[in-house]
Design a protein around this ligand. Sequence first.
Ligand code: ATP
Ligand code: MG
Length: 413
Amino acid sequence: MIPRRPCVIVHYHEISLKRGNRPLFLRRLQENIARAVGDLGPVRVHQLPGRIVLDLADHPAPEAVRARLDRVCGVANTALAVRTGSSLEALRAAVDHVIEGLAFPSFRITARRAFKTFPLTSTDLNRELGAHVQRQRPEARVDLHHAALEIHVEVLPHEAFVYPDRRPGPGGLPVGSAGTVAALISGGIDSPVAAWRMMKRGCRVLFVHFHSVPYLPDASIRKVRELVGRLTQWQYFSRLHLVPFGEIQREVVLSVSPMARVVVYRRLMVRIAQALARQSGALALVTGESLGQVASQTLHNLARIDEAAELPILRPLIGMDKLEITDQARVLETLEISNEPDADCCTLFVPAHPATRLTLEEVAAMEARLDVAALVRTGVEAAATETFDFPEGAGPFPERTAKRERVAPPQLG
Ligand code: ATP
Ligand code: MG
């Protein structure tokens, strides 16, 4: 009897470019995968050359495991595979297993050898296994370009994987491989998308939300909690700082002309977020700004906002239009949350026509009437922190799992 085990095989692409950091990136990806599927049943996650394998022997829900990988950044594609030995006999048996119960008018075998000393070339393997399939399914023709079924065969030195379909993952880089950023998150459509785009570039995201409770209802807080909960599915553990901003806004209203308020609010937000970012070792801020979308997002006003920050402000949506951002939010399933009604804190005490071309001198003159340092301190000190985890109840990450020992891969005959 040839041993045959169910598994999920994970391929990554971009990571392979990062020569020097590669082991670190891969370890991060492996840890993230283990965390993402950890509550679904016993899974052993380990690295093989060029791929990561999730061993699903005795697992109750292989499809659910694979579905979780749809949200693991750094995953290029996944497949539910049969893992077997690398002899031709074992490969034939695995192919039989894969096609069992499937009806297909046409097929192709796509074989790859990860080591060149295997006695057969990829072409030989394609031919051998193709002929094997046709002996059992004489009605199925080989079609290299539009096959109804593509059977992938990957041969490694001590084992092989056979699988029928491959599903694309999100791509990008594993969360936690590129450092931490602090995202300013409103209840709007844009900022959750911006935060997610940084996760996809390998960042761990810390969230900062400014609310105007008790001047406004707490709807924005509830929305942001839901949004952060949704986004935590991509990074497993999140911190959210809730900063009371209403009192600060009242101070601004007393001395800043209406048309300049939005920019002054933003500059204060950026300074407060920056202080909170530094407490957590975050190296940049992230906003959902997109050029020209509203008055505070003209080049002039963005420059004024930048001038208030020492950390870089990253704006991953800067060149996207609302339609593109909305499409992305729909895919992320944040759109439905963002669309719930709320009263954004920046609509409090703001005129219908804010200035679009404030100069540094104008802004500086208005801020001179405020005790900026004290306002920032007030905001930072009054911030309340909440944490979110995924899977729910799994606790902090990566703090707890980083020290976890690696599990050796099982030996297959
Ligand atoms: P969003 O959909 O993200 O709210 P928006 O198009 O409504 O964006 P603005 O309201 O001008 O744009 O906000 C620009 C950016 O400033 C937001 O994307 C977000 O990063 C930040 N921001 C605005 N309001 C808040 C808030 N209350 N708390 C935290 N960040 C905020
Ligand atoms: Mg907004």
